[in-house]
Design a protein around this ligand. Structure first.
Ligand code: RM4
Ligand code: MN
Ligand code: MN
Length: 397
């Protein structure tokens, strides 16, 4: 069914594709109105890593797990060796380190953007501690998201906050080793609803440029306004060599953190297409960290994660089918219908049989979801964890 070019492109893409799982995707989470507890949800870092290990065992493309420092390493550096060992015992390794400068009471008015220098210093200390954890764990990326901003016009000095951020990020950067990268995430609103200190990719880009040569922008697909052209942002960042990675999820309205591709799979395809087209043209684009940032409140957590990974793999494989040479010719000639057709043809191709074949050739299950369901893992953890889970009450107010 596939031409030799298509088969090579497909296999090459599948062999390379890796996507990182978020530790927080296995824990009980909710909306700001409350949590719906799942009997099989993970509480401890051991449980989270164990669940991630299952996803990797079934899919073969998720060898690393992003960690959130306060949630996963509450004692900081002192927990690092134990986490390293646990991860290895479950067949995964620690991935991006996510500092947490948003949940403690002192951050009520911000962290690096807080008018109080003592709070800014505490935030910086936490970033420095997170960077040390990254060094100890051998994780390349320190991934920064800030909840900083304000809720009402006139209540904060936006220019001063910008400068405090610039200084803080530069100081944090100075603590990193040359093997580490700083990824800077942006978000237009929530939890702050009037202004966010790093509201868009342009602000993140300027902060990354100001921080140092190993700082890059992180694109969380949910952190955009309705109908924003995310693949254009991706193309610009690629061209500027400033794209560090992704937090993948899907959205209908805001930062919904829905399953990747559940609302708009063509959007994800177009993002992958920009990356693969760039790679074909330049031979570059290594080092982009694909990470999932989703926590399913209603779907079974491990199944939803497998569904996400499977979708990502399919959309990446479809994007790999685009005939770049032909596309370039059409683009040069401004042959609009045929150029668009190159994308549509690839997107419409059913790559699932080819992925099954590839998986089997790698000694992986042909169908990740079936393999998980047949493993008995979910039944086992449900029995083990349900009592603890259903006892933990949680409410919005
Ligand atoms: C934010 C952002 C961060 C994530 C937190 C939990 O909206 O996406 O990356 O760590 O949520
Ligand atoms: Mn994110
Ligand atoms: Mn988010």
């Amino acid at each position: 069914m596939f031409t030799p070019r298509q088969s090579d492109a497909l296999i090459g893409a599948l062999d390379q594709f890796r996507i990182e799982l978020p530790s927080w995707g296995f824990a009980n989470t909710g909306t700001r109105f409350g949590k719906f507890l799942q009997p099989a949800a993970a509480h401890t870092i051991a449980e989270k890593l164990s669940d991630a290990g299952q996803v990797h065992r079934c899919t073969g493309v998720c060898p690393s797990v992003a960690l959130h420092v306060l949630w996963d390493l509450p004692n900081g550096l002192a927990d690092a060796d134990a986490v390293q060992q646990l991860a290895a015992s479950y067949g995964v390794r620690p991935g991006a380190i996510n500092p947490n400068v948003f949940q403690d009471q002192l951050y009520k008015y911000g962290s690096l953007g807080n008018p109080d220098p003592a709070v800014r210093q505490q935030a910086l200390d936490h970033l420095a501690a997170s960077i040390e954890i990254g060094k100890r764990l051998g994780s390349r990326d320190v991934s920064l998201w800030f909840a900083d901003g304000s809720n009402y016009p006139g209540t904060q000095n936006i220019r001063h906050r910008r400068r405090w951020f610039e200084d803080g990020l530069r100081e944090a950067y100075a603590r990193m080793s040359t093997d580490q990268r700083m990824l800077i995430e942006y978000k237009p609103f929530e939890p702050a609803f009037y202004h966010t200190d790093i509201a868009d990719w342009g602000m993140a880009l300027l902060f990354a440029k100001g921080a140092g040569p190993n700082a890059r922008v992180l694109v969380d697909t949910g952190h955009h306004y309705q109908s924003q052209n995310i693949e254009q942002i991706v193309a610009w960042l690629l061209d500027l060599d400033m794209l560090g990675g992704f937090h993948f999820n899907d959205r209908r309205y805001a930062d919904d953190d829905l399953t990747l591709g559940s609302i708009d799979p063509y959007q994800v395809f177009r993002i992958f297409h920009e990356i693969l087209h760039f790679k074909w043209e330049t031979g570059r684009a290594a080092g982009i960290a694909y990470m999932i940032d989703q926590s399913h409140n209603l779907k079974g957590k491990i199944e939803a994660m497998i569904q996400t990974v499977t979708t990502a793999l399919e959309l990446y494989a479809k994007a790999a089918l685009v005939d770049h040479e032909t596309l370039d010719t059409y683009q040069e000639r401004c042959d609009l219908v045929n150029a668009e057709g190159c994308l549509k043809d690839a997107f419409s191709t059913d790559v699932r049989p080819a992925i099954r074949e590839w998986a089997v050739s790698k000694g992986l299950p042909a169908d990740a979801m079936d393999a998980f369901r047949e493993s008995g893992y979910l039944e086992r953890i449900t029995t083990e964890r349900s009592e603890k889970n259903l006892a933990s009450v949680s409410s919005y107010a």
